[in-house]
Design a protein around this ligand. Sequence first.
Ligand code: SF4
Length: 758
Amino acid sequence: MRLLADSSKCSGCGACLVICPLTHFKDNNPTRAALTVEGRFPAPGGYQVSVCTQCGECANVCPSSAINLDEATGVYWVDPELCTLCIACVDVCPESVMFVVPDVPFAIKCDACGECVKYCGPGVLSISPPLPGEGPGERLTTPPPHVYPLPTKPTTFPLGGYAGTILRLNLTTKAVTKEPLPLKLAEEYLGGRGFAARILYDEVPAGADPLGPQNKVIFASGPLAGLFVPGAGKATFAAKSPLTGSYGDSNVGGHLAEELKYAGYDVVVIEGQSPTPVYLLIDDDKVEIRAAGDLWGQGAIATEKALKDRLGEAFQIATIGPAGEKLVKFASISHDFGRQAGRTGVGAVLGAKKLKAIAVRGSKSIPIGDVDRLMAVGKAMFQACFDSPARQVWQRYGTAGVTTWSNEVGAFPTRNFQSGQLEGHESLSGEVMREAMVLFDKGCGLCPVPCGKYSHTRGLYVEGPEYETTAMLGGMCALTDIHDVAQANYLCDELGLDTISAGAVIAFATECFEKGIIGLDDTGGLALQFGQAAPVFALIEKIARRQGIGDVLAEGVKIAAERWGRGSADFAMQVKGMEISGYECHLAPAMLLSYMTTDIGAHHNRAWAITYDLQVGREKVTEDKAAKVIQLQHIRPLFDSLGACRLHWVELGLGLEHYAPALSAIWGREVTWEEMLKCSERTWNLTRLWWVREFPDFGRAYDYPPARFYRDQVSGGPTDGAIVSWEDVQKLLDMYYQQRGWDQNGMPTAEKLRELGL
Ligand code: SF4
């Protein structure tokens, strides 16, 4: 028996690297896994998985004959009594998967137990030769894995799942300090977005310039991140947003969240402003601010590659592109060659601080309150994902699978929300994309069903296009060639732009041009026309570099409309300054209410309520729709606080009842789902207080949708002629405020704040 790996199927999720040490050491440190996964980007190679081949080289060199072949299974094993820890076996191992760890007085090697095979979603791993009745890749239950529990180390933080430390970095003074994580912060805000909202509210003064030294950037992980829970690899970047002027955050997958905790930190607080370009290096206890003059001006993908080459593949990198350097208000933070913390302009805040990148590597264990319980809960959660009927389709197409459905129901934003269906949308479908360009699937940390698609087109490597990008750069700009959308996606990723806002501002400019509101003088001679790819590519470049018309569009549609005037504000599709994302909702009141009330400005991920509209009757404006929006606004952002992906629940039906037991096991203390939701509601109300504090005139009008929804009927498609009445807009807000316990101007009441301990 031996472990086999088909690297071509690997999505890089690293679940094998977590389950291996959990099984053998009751510890979650991937540096103790008896296999390795290495990414090789940007290139067609993808991931390289190295496993023990039972070649016997270790036995050949062992001077104390501690490594012997078990004839019954064909597996070499280490006799702990004979091992002298000379590490000759470690040095000779051709796959570099034999190792020693502190506190265990003998060398460790793969015993082909098969646990990693069971939890490898893409089917990379298998045991060979097959046992009678079993084919490669089938789940094994024997032999039982060897378990060498490590001595329990005292932890300073009372709850499991946290490193227990906040890292603070001042770019003005270059001071680096470490502080204990307050227990109350963890209990009341959980992590991720909750930590960010609270710390920023307390530390960034009201009225601070988002691009000035008083603003701070929070990079935060959550208690689930890096532990054995599906999709537990989500990090939050947050700051006072330069796009909206209030609290802004954005979530990113990949591997930053777990790596930060492996390095020993839950949160990084970035303060001040550096006079020259720098990057932050976090390598366990070593934290350094290093010069980045040679990286300034480089693309985000190029910078990630350069830092990996310089520092080593094991470093996880977050970086900005030229758009962040130029303070484009919707600049993104890029990670893992295509994952983005895209929304609210957090990349511009890093650019203002002259922080080009963050590189983090860790080798520490994350404390777990009850390892056995977590393994039981985690295994049930992984199995539920594997058993989901939606798994095959989700894994094959990812979010791009939504494109056809969205068009069929008239929700695909087309020509700046003039329509909900794009003629020719068939050529943008997930099926077409998969066939035309996808090389392999790519996943975030611990994801059993990777939705990321790594693609190659026109000589470019790009992760995607996923649904939102196809909606905003495809539908909104009326591009019907998936290769054009992928090229625009690549440009945004490399230049460091949020594809959602980028698509929205380009569509806005194009409609203004077609309506004669702006002309060739405004565009610098560029003729804008829906359906034309060349102007889209040109505008992306101009926006990222703030050239000509790009300098205006780099401010977002709200400010651009204020600059242009001439009635253009009617076509600026935004709420609270942030561009609406990829769902047309003239005939979806719950989805519209979600956009109106989202705490960072219009964004779908807080309450993706459109399916509820379809389920209960999309024309209805009823109390239950407000209740559904509020319920989703507590559940969905909760995942951002926990540090896990919500899509296993949304798309695969993974039951929410798993999450309280998972957090209880991790914390080592019982917590209920209701208590977790209360933390989320607390965070939601705190972010509302941000708006109240920042804008003296804040109130109901800030929640109004763009005029297009109540003035212009939908043109064409299944929702042709649909329009929202102004009375319904008011009714939606009345119901929403009342159910939230806010007054009718949208202010949280003293009673509600008291109830939440705010
Ligand atoms: Fe990442 Fe979630 Fe997609 Fe998995 S489903 S790859 S965790 S975004």
